[in-house]
Design a protein around this ligand. Structure first.
Ligand code: NAD
Ligand code: TDX
Length: 333
């Protein structure tokens, strides 16, 4: 039976990729609830089938609106968040509001209506690993977030767990590693360097560039979330990752080479305060229990098609570029 999914934050990077994925791969309908902050982009939702897709502009902290939309949906997939670590260091306040109060508001609506709820979270709730640590994050790793962003995501996860246990809300949680792919805001690492190169600016690595991130294509994140929505056990947490560990230096070198430049044609800039060293996900539970596997195995190929997307879609990112770089200029990054 086709469902109606309420996708919060569906005009952002990962949410919009999920909306496209659902409309292409299922018979479900989608209602997006999005505040259209600086990170929301209506153009990311262009061309979707009007009979199966609606955009509701609004704030997840608006209890009346959340109550109505959650009440009309068969399931909620909750992506909406303030998502950028650097922004959380210059002004944490919207992170507390959206990530904590917003999640609480949606949970109260899900509790009232008995609506299935899937909460999207991040591996950053676990803090970071040493470069030579043989362990990766699992569902049993203790929470130890470092930044205002990751601490509010950790808090939102704990709210979901408490609403499951105390009120019987039908929820699952996933914690995913770093995503890449089309429609990612130019404030983030990979799109920033690609669009800098298009503009003739040298890529900018924070500190020594040794920090490691575990990259996954946004479409693999989407297929994992659908799998959990369909088959996940209520109350459980699933880690999502595709064994994609790479240092920032390696990623920048790969982008430079793919764009026809020398691999050392980049600058080191001020490091991020409290910069997490390494994230790495062990996604065995999701793979073994629910039978999920990633489709994008070739990172170089995935980066090449992401570069193609930014080259072909300048109208999508150009309006955000100057303002984003002006923000970075203030911190020498
Ligand atoms: P994004 O910043 O690109 O998009 C966030 C979206 O949420 C935007 O469309 C924005 O307008 C909307 N939004 C913000 N505040 C809102 C509010 N109060 N009410 C309604 N809508 C609001 O973020 P993203 O990178 O797509 O991340 C989406 C989710 O995935 C977040 O929960 C994030 O923590 C999680 N996540 C991201 C990554 C990653 O690599 N980007 C990895 C793991 C988990
Ligand atoms: O210009 C840059 N230079 C640089 O070296 C930028 C923007 C970033 N970096 C570094 C910082 C990180 O080590 O690159 C790495 C990735 O940076 P971001 O794209 O800001 O991502 P990160 O901080 O790792 O967080 C991302 O993944 C987890 C998302 O933004 C989060 O929403 C998600 O939870």
């Amino acid at each position: 039976m086709p469902r109606t999914l309420l996708v919060t934050g569906g005009a952002g990077f990962i949410g919009s990729n999920f909306v496209h994925y659902v409309l292409e791969n299922t018979d479900d309908s989608v209602v997006v609830l999005d505040k259209m902050t600086y990170a929301g982009n209506a153009a990311s939702l262009d061309g979707l089938p009007a009979d199966r897709f609606t955009l509701a502009e609004g704030d997840i902290t608006d209890a009346e609106l959340a109550d109505r939309l959650v009440g009309e949906a068969d399931a909620v997939v909750h992506y909406a968040a303030e998502s950028h670590n650097d922004n959380s260091l210059s002004d944490p306040s919207p992170f507390l509001q959206t990530n904590l109060i917003g999640t609480y508001t949606l949970l109260e609506a899900a509790r009232k209506h008995g609506t299935r709820f899937h909460h999207i979270s991040t591996d950053e709730v676990y803090g970071d690993l040493e470069l030579d640590d043989p362990e990766r994050f699992t569902e049993h790793t203790p929470y130890n977030p470092s930044s205002p962003y990751s601490s509010t995501k950790a808090g939102s996860d704990l709210l979901v767990r408490a609403w499951v246990r105390s009120f019987g809300v039908q929820a699952t949680i996933s914690n995913c590693s770093n995503n890449y792919g089309p429609r990612q805001h130019v404030e983030k690492f990979i799109p920033r360097q690609i669009t800098n190169l298009i503009d003739g600016i040298r890529p900018r690595l924070y500190g020594a560039g040794e920090n490691v991130r575990d990259w996954i294509h946004a479409d693999d994140h989407s297929s994992a979330v659908l799998t959990i929505l369909d088959k996940g056990r209520i109350g459980e947490t699933y880690l999502i990752g595709a064994d994609g560990e790479k240092s920032n230096k390696e990623v920048v070198e790969l982008i430079l080479e793919a764009m026809g430049r020398d691999a050392d044609d980049y600058d080191h800039v001020n490091d991020r305060p409290g910069h997490d060293m390494r994230y790495a996900i062990d996604s065995s539970k999701l793979r073994e229990e629910l039978g999920w596997a990633p489709s994008f195995q070739d990172f170089e190929q995935g980066i090449a098609s992401t570069i193609d997307w930014y080259r072909a879609n300048e109208a999508w990112w150009r309006p955000q570029k100057e303002q984003t770089e002006a923000k970075y200029a203030k911190t020498g990054q």
